[in-house]
Write a protein that binds this ligand. Structure first.
Ligand code: SAM
Length: 476
């Protein structure tokens, strides 16, 4: 409900503005890191909407500023610190403003940001978002508010996310939370807790709602979607306690994918992230079976050396990984493939690095996400291995990976020239307002003249040209 300006002013004067649920309170939320974080921000916006908050894209008019943080690499921490300092300047004009950090950095930075540096008023971890209305109120009463407790059950299954910065065409749907993989470099199991899957009925309902609203594509999200398993709720590790009957009734990722695709034949379905150690042929069969499940798999390899994969505790070898790539190519010919790579992990020799480049030559990914190793606190690698590849070497190896990936992306894109693709139009091209951009089923970006089409349409596009990042075409 809106209040008029005079009333708002009066309430502010009485210092009661923030205790009035009926007032229109403004939330500004900024997200960093993976798609999961962006999806979480939509859950947060939904929880706070029930408490009277509407979202704004202008932080100067916000009553509550939240930064949803990522702690995958060290640089992210610096970025957030700088941003908070900018927001704090606004506090000089609006002393009632609450600033909080959410997400993966919460646990680690609660003392530093809240108590020592007094940068924020509120710190909330990824499993405590339901507590936000109560915690925000505590800050209005002059207290610092914290909840970073990780849950074994929370999946926010019943929350209907507020779609932030939505194009009305594509949306994320979270299907699970946490991660049990314990890759030795990765902070996720510590920041997001144990792996648990979301009730499939609530997932199907959410996708169906999006479908009714006119959305044309969903991306199912999880740290390791191939490990999705519904057996009534709770942490995946508890599966050993199940009875035979409960085992019989469980729903795995291939079954979930099949149900979603069948229920929404007019929508495109994507998912991320697959993990090579868990990716089974049954998922590939389901993708091959349904026209509307996109022919695209993001399968992070991290390294092409079995020695390094072992040190990373990835649970697979180079040979296993290449076997999975063969299985993908056999079941889904011309499948779009992408990967994550880490350069300069502990003990990585020049030989190991060459094995990564060699694996890239073998697969020729359509695109890649490339990082240099960043030691993270409390991870197995930080506790047990020396971060012993010099910065200069990490950087040089990363550059070699980036250069090779660009070559392969261009190679893949050139193969698309003169071919025709079904493209879902997602929006107006950043470079030209007379052009649209969209994606092929393989997840490659295509730009083309608008013609008579609209955002959200599926159109057939003939590819005339390309760069390493984009296909350039025309509607036919
Ligand atoms: N769950 C996915 C997996 O394990 O394959 C992705 C997790 S993470 C959010 C995304 C990517 O960040 C990883 O695949 C990895 O390449 C990179 N990453 C994670 N920890 C890192 C670290 N300590 N240093 C550099 N890159 C890292």
């Amino acid at each position: 409900m809106l209040v008029d300006y005079k009333e708002k002013k009066k309430l502010k004067k009485n210092n009661s503005y923030y205790s009035k649920d009926k007032c229109e309170k403004k939330l500004y939320i900024e997200s960093y890191g993976c798609q999961m974080n962006f999806s979480d921000s939509e859950i947060v916006a939904s929880i706070l909407k029930k408490d009277g908050y509407t979202t704004t894209t202008n932080f100067n008019e916000a009553d509550l500023i939240l930064i949803n943080t990522c702690s995958i690499r060290e640089k992210a921490e610096q970025t957030v610190r700088t941003r908070i300092k900018q927001f704090k300047k606004t506090k000089k004009q609006n002393s009632n403003l609450t600033i909080g950090i959410l997400g993966c950095m919460a646990e680690r930075l609660k003392e530093k940001f809240l108590e020592e540096e007094k940068l924020v008023d509120l710190v909330v971890g990824p499993d405590a978002y339901r507590d936000l209305p109560k915690l925000v109120k505590e800050t209005h009463e002059g207290r610092k508010a914290v909840n970073v407790i990780l849950s074994k059950e929370e999946t926010y299954a019943d929350i209907n996310p507020v779609r932030l910065n939505s194009n009305g065409v594509t949306a994320f749907v979270s299907i699970m939370r946490g991660c049990d993989n314990m890759c030795s470099f990765c902070v996720v199991p510590f920041t997001r807790g144990r792996e648990r899957s979301r009730n499939p009925e609530s997932i199907l309902n959410e996708v169906s709602k999006l479908n009714k609203l006119g959305f044309k594509e969903v991306t199912l999200l999880g740290q390791n979607v191939d490990s999705y398993l519904w057996f009534g709720g709770g942490p995946k590790k508890d599966i050993i306690k199940l009875s035979d009957e409960e085992h019989f009734n469980q729903i795995d990722f291939s079954l979930l994918l099949d149900k979603i695709a069948k229920q929404n034949p007019n929508m495109r379905i994507r998912f991320s992230t697959s993990n090579p150690q868990d990716m089974k042929d049954d998922v590939l069969c389901v993708i091959a079976k349904h026209e509307n499940i996109c022919n695209y798999i993001h399968l992070p390899v991290q390294s092409g050396s079995s020695k390094i994969l072992n040190l990373m505790n990835r649970g697979y070898t180079r040979e296993w990984y290449l076997n999975r790539i063969n299985a993908i190519n056999n079941h889904i010919p011309n499948c779009g493939l992408s990967s994550d790579f880490i350069s300069g992990f502990c003990n990585e020799t020049e030989e190991d690095h060459k094995l990564t480049l060699n694996l890239m030559e073998t697969v020729k990914y359509h695109f890649g996400y490339m990082f240099q190793y960043s030691e993270r606190p409390n991870t197995f690698a930080q506790r047990k291995f020396a971060d012993n590849v010099p910065e200069k070497v990490k950087k040089r190896r990363l550059q070699e990976i980036i250069d090779l990936q660009q070559k392969h992306s261009l190679f893949r894109n050139k193969l698309s020239v003169d071919k025709k693709y079904a493209v879902l139009i997602e929006g107006i091209s950043k470079k030209s307002s007379s052009e649209f951009f969209g994606r092929t089923t393989e997840n490659t970006v295509v730009v083309f003249k608008k013609g008579y089409a609209n955002i959200g349409d599926f159109v057939d596009v003939k590819i005339n040209n390309c760069t390493s990042a984009t296909l350039i075409g025309e509607i036919i």
